[in-house]
Ligand binder design. Structure first.
Ligand code: HEM
Length: 509
């Protein structure tokens, strides 16, 4: 009996192996036909490696970590190999690109063919289910729901930022040291503005201890989540207890606001509740599940907080190192907004185009999602990079990973000319660059998953920059004690976003 059971099991396993083999064979044949029909040729450029499974490539990256110049280190690959190359990691083939045509295919023209891959599992403990990690129909639903909120916000008056900017200015003005690191102030500022946007009235609701525990848990959980993202399919190897605790703290913080909104709805009626908690209640109206609402809020929070803080930090980092640019910005701001005017309007910001050029140029040099990845959900192609000239389409069998680097693309001389690595806001002035460059400028990506918070982020950053520049006319780089390397060679912290490892140290007076 035991013998025959073993035999049955062996037969089932053998059948399964044969089935998988035949399915793969059929898939390979179908892929080949698809490739031939579309004129695909193999990508000939490959990142060289010497050790089995290309472990030497991994080791080199690992060795570059302590210097905190990983992105600068990776520049050599693109400089040497060009915009597209193939790489092997643990025996799997993957592709790297800075070619606008290929990025456009992944994000737009062949959008349906690509998915997030392991991003969802990597971020799940911190964020749960939501827009930033979903694909297909669930993503479409989340996008539609959240888009409504961002349309509403576009018409908000900018005085929603006023209290937080005043707090930021007061904090900077009363900083204990002469040399002030602005970066941590910006992180606090964008946490406050984004939680306000999402959770509604947050001011004075919770004690300072709870607020501080939330802020530090959010920072820590984001850091560990970024490491888990980099581990891709091996994310399960890294889930330390402190991380699990931090995820618990931020979730119960968000839970608190969701239940507060629901209680207000129950006790004070729809009109009052909606005026205080529009974001939460509109989501709840559709989702009818407090946990799912909380998760969506966390997704938007992670998408919006660090990105905008880093944009502001890099902006001032660059401004104090380029005093001529700072001087011109001060002048142009002063010509539109008078010195004691506190409530800056959208119309005024629109009248300071130089501010847009400064922000564009900062986002070009330091795009906040420097490197990103998608996985082919079905067999598809990249339009460019194949064959001897690197111009033919390349077959991407189902499951292939493609990473693209906006960071390195934005520094390519082929796109931005010989001074591509320099901070030069004037390049955006009196030129058609913004339109011409198309998919060559992607701080907010493009296509159906274009950043939903683009307008909010740019408005928030513009508003704060105007107020800071007005408040501190003596703003400058300290003459000593602060590193001043060429752009891109400074030390960087690379989490999900890229920030300056030395902060943004300035003299305010
Ligand atoms: C300078 C600031 C910002 C930058 C550079 C930025 C950049 C990006 C990028 C590149 C993506 C695409 C990610 C991907 O598809 O893999 C994205 C998505 C997203 N961003 Fe932003 N973002 C910024 C600020 C914000 C803010 C302030 C919010 C909200 C308050 C926000 C909300 C979102 C959301 C919800 C998505 C997901 C969209 C989707 O998948 O359909 N972002 N952002």
């Amino acid at each position: 009996m035991a013998f025959s059971r073993g035999l049955v099991l062996a037969a089932i396993v053998s059948c399964y192996i044969v089935y998988v083999y035949l399915r793969r064979k059929r898939q390979r044949k179908a892929d080949k036909i698809f490739g031939a029909q579309n004129g695909c040729l193999p990508m000939e450029v490959m990142l060289p490696y010497k050790w089995p499974f290309a472990l030497d490539v991994l080791k080199k990256q690992y060795d570059a970590l302590p210097s905190q110049r990983l992105l600068a280190f990776q520049s050599q690959y693109f400089d040497r190999l060009g915009p597209n190359f193939k790489l092997m990691l643990f025996g799997n083939e993957g592709y790297m690109t800075t070619d606008p045509k290929n990025i456009e295919a992944v994000l737009s023209t062949r959008f349906e063919d690509w998915v997030m891959g392991s991003r969802s599992a990597g971020l799940y403990p911190m964020l749960g289910e939501g827009i930033f990690t979903q694909d297909g129909r669930p993503w479409k639903h989340s996008r539609e729901l959240l888009r409504r909120q961002f349309v509403r916000i576009q018409y908000q008056k900018l005085d929603v930022f006023d209290n937080h900017v005043n707090e930021l200015l007061n904090g900077l003005a009363s900083a204990p040291d002469t040399i002030v690191d602005m970066q941590p102030y910006f992180f606090r500022f964008t946490l406050a503005t984004t939680t306000d946007l999402l959770f509604g009235e947050t001011e004075g609701v919770l004690t300072n201890d709870v607020e501080d525990a939330f802020a530090s848990s959010f920072d820590y959980a984001s850091l560990i989540s970024a490491i888990r993202l980099r581990l891709a399919d091996l994310h399960f190897l890294y889930k330390p207890k402190k991380f699990r605790n931090a995820c618990g703290v931020i979730k119960s913080y968000a839970d608190h606001f969701v239940s507060r909104a629901l209680k207000t709805l129950e006790q004070e009626g729809e009109e009052i509740a909606l005026s205080r908690y529009p974001f939460i209640l509109d989501l709840y109206n559709d989702m009818k599940d407090a946990k799912l609402v909380r998760d969506q809020l966390m997704h938007v929070l992670i998408a919006g907080r660090d990105t905008t803080a880093c944009l502001m930090s890099w902006t001032f980092y660059l401004l104090v190192r380029h005093p001529t640019v700072l001087k011109r910005l001060q002048k142009e701001i002063a010509s539109v907004v008078s010195g004691n005017e506190r409530n800056v309007t959208r119309a005024q910001i629109a009248q300071i185009p130089y501010l847009r050029y400064v922000l564009n140029e900062t986002l070009r040099l330091y795009p906040q999602l420097p490197v990103n990845v998608r996985i082919a959900a079905k067999t598809t192609l990249l339009p460019s990079g194949g064959g001897p000239h690197g111009t033919a389409p390349v077959l991407m069998p189902k499951g292939t990973g493609v990473a693209w680097s906006a960071y390195h693309m934005h520094r390519m001389t082929r796109l931005y000319g010989p001074n591509a690595r320099e901070f030069d806001p004037e390049r955006w002035e009196n030129t058609d660059l913004e339109r011409q460059i198309g998919w060559g400028f992607l701080p907010f990506h493009g296509g159906p998953r274009l950043c939903l918070g683009k307008d909010f982020a740019l408005t928030e950053a513009s508003y704060a920059v105007v107020r800071i520049v007005q408040a501190f006319p003596g703003l400058r780089l300290p003459p000593t004690g602060v590193e001043n390397k060429p752009t891109g060679e400074e030390r960087q912290n690379l989490t999900i976003v890229v920030s300056s490892a030395d902060g943004c140290k300035v003299l305010l007076r």
